[in-house]
Design a protein around this ligand. Structure first.
Ligand code: SF4
Length: 114
């Protein structure tokens, strides 16, 4: 079942950045993989999507949303699924460490790329 608790509230101001995304009106198949896509085909499709993201005026908002919402699929904010998963998992490890007495911030951008 889809978890929607991490999604932003359904308020227009929270979602307005999406209106300026360069992916708007583009074929979503560039940003989301088909079933069983692997290897070179997947890498080539993701690079094409990331090239679009690289010129997008709302890249930062998009990336922030994808990390906060823990979007499991697609290229968002110039990041693929594996890159987001690494950042989210690292944030979880930091939170666990913090709860056991160590401190850190939530989503570090030190491992992000544009
Ligand atoms: S950063 Fe990429 S996925 Fe996000 S709105 Fe822009 S073009 Fe779309």
């Amino acid at each position: 079942m889809t978890c929607t608790t991490r999604l932003p509230k359904p308020v227009t101001d929270v979602w307005d950045w999406q209106m300026a995304g360069l992916c708007r009106g583009q074929n979503s198949a560039v940003f989301f993989h088909p079933d069983n896509e692997r290897g070179y085909a997947r890498a080539a499709r993701e690079e094409k999507a990331k090239a679009i993201c690289g010129n997008c005026p709302v890249l930062a908002q998009c990336r922030s949303h994808a990390l906060e919402a823990q979007e499991p699929y697609g290229v968002w904010g110039g990041m693929g699924e594996d890159e987001r998963r690494q950042i989210i998992n690292a944030a979880r490890r930091r939170l666990r460490a913090r709860s056991s007495g160590h401190s850190s911030e939530r989503y570090s951008s030190s491992t992000s790329r544009s």
